[in-house]
Design a protein. Sequence first.
Length: 331
Amino acid sequence: MADAKAVPRITASSRWARQTRHGDVFFWLLTLFFALVIIGLVVVVGVVTYNGSAEARAAYGWSFLWGTDWNPIETELYPVSFGAWPAIRGTLLSSLIALILAAPTGVAIGIFLSELCPLRLRQPLGFMVELLAAIPSVIYGLWGVAVFANWFNNWVANPIANTAGQFVPWLSGPIAVSRGLAITGTILAIMILPTVSAITRDVLQAVPNHQREAMFSLGATRWEVIWGAVVPYARAGIVGGIMLGLGRALGETMAATMLVGNSTRIEQSIFMPATTAAALIASELPNSVSLIHESSLIALALALFGITLLLNVIARYLVWQTARGPAGEKV
């Protein structure tokens, strides 16, 4: 019986030639290189800030994170001392206010643009929302100082302080200045609004139409289709967009510097002046008066870097969780 047709032997050289014929290996190596560059940049930022904060860490240790005194200039009554808690507290509170205001509003705008907006208005309105993301932060800060601050004090801060402020200390008054955490958080909410709404719109538009058609065929209303079929399918992307907006609010510098008041005192009311980590670093680092002052500012940058990394890990976990169904299956 004649031998079957011999199968050509695949050698290592022929396999390599086949893989490199259309540039697959080269493209894989190129993308791997750029991915490793990103990881390397994160590591470099961490190493540089860690080394630059050596003096502050040696002087204050972990107590630097919850210390409440920030005094870079020594006097007879007040020695030099540095504590990061006023800046960390201001960063977290202003970002929380921005998230509370921007998350539901941005998701609602994204749902409207994707599901409810007339076709002839969908593109112009979407363009206007995205245009908000292109406005420089200094413009937001200038508008907040020149226009929004007085309106916010007269129509929002003072009425809330005169009513709810009598029972909730965080909302108390009197309010004699137009700078504070509340107005900063409001401006930050306007700044991150286009990010949340644009990502929400894009992920909702990526939902397959059969999700909608299946609900419509069962007699569901438009709202039931959106809330019961479209939003759950895109919830991972929506959470990711919200967390991306939160990341921008945490690191915003110029608008926060112009609006927060740059006060290192811890006030009980959110309507009073405060400071954020980014604003404090931007305002004092160019004019640092001593080595320990500069090192403390770098240590504050390291703390902000750690907070950002931690929140990104939490965001990644939330996206992973929301991308899975109630029984653990992937949606």
